[in-house]
Design a protein around this ligand. Sequence first.
Ligand SMILES: Cc1cc2nc3c(=O)[nH]c(=O)nc-3n(C[C@H](O)[C@H](O)[C@H](O)COP(=O)(O)O)c2cc1C
Length: 216
Amino acid sequence: MKVMAFNGSPRKKKWNTVTLLENVLKGAMSAGAETELVQLYDLSFSGCISCFSCKKLSRKEDGVCAVQDDLTPVLDRVKEADALVIGTPVYYGAESASTRAFMERLLFPYNNYAKDLKHLFPKRINTAMIYTMNLPEEMVEAVGLDSMSGFTKMLMEMHFGACELLLSTDTLQFDDYDKYASAMFDKEAKARRHAEVFPEDCKHAFELGIRMASGE
Ligand SMILES: Cc1cc2nc3c(=O)[nH]c(=O)nc-3n(C[C@H](O)[C@H](O)[C@H](O)COP(=O)(O)O)c2cc1C
């Protein structure tokens, strides 16, 4: 059982998205899974270039992206994974740019244009999307983040299998709010939330990791 996680935040250590992913992987490891964390911002890669090699009738294999870059070996390893967990900060109401580029390359080769809608990924696996965001929970619906994340969940389910969503809201953005132009935020409330609610989100991430590793 191998659980692969992908960090779509450029902040690769200690910040919100990667901390939640690390908790997912700890949970998965506690349930006996082998794990891998891929830092998308360590890799040089593009999104889909619309070459349609993956749709050619003469293609030798399903689910292969013809673009050759740092993502190529990662996408090869995805073929062996039993669960996929993608973490991303919300940037302007969507996944971060690297996460979007990664998902285009991950999904499109398995996107079947045939009539019977057969899944091209060889097996059904568990997946999860983790979103971290500055916005408070009560704003999620008002700005459409529930439908944005719901659409991505639907895509993951179409291509791979059941997809859980974990949304971590009202995250801490800076170590020291006094050092940045940030008057619109209540720094005490942010610190309190980080101390009291974020650990709960981490606990949910750990439990999610156990479920990912269950393979059920
Ligand atoms: C370029 C940029 C755009 C952002 N856009 C949004 C946004 O649209 N909605 C939101 O709630 N937070 C937004 N944020 C805040 C981040 O989503 C939030 O701080 C997140 O938890 C950062 O994750 P990290 O700590 O793992 O890097 C944005 C941050 C940046 C840098």
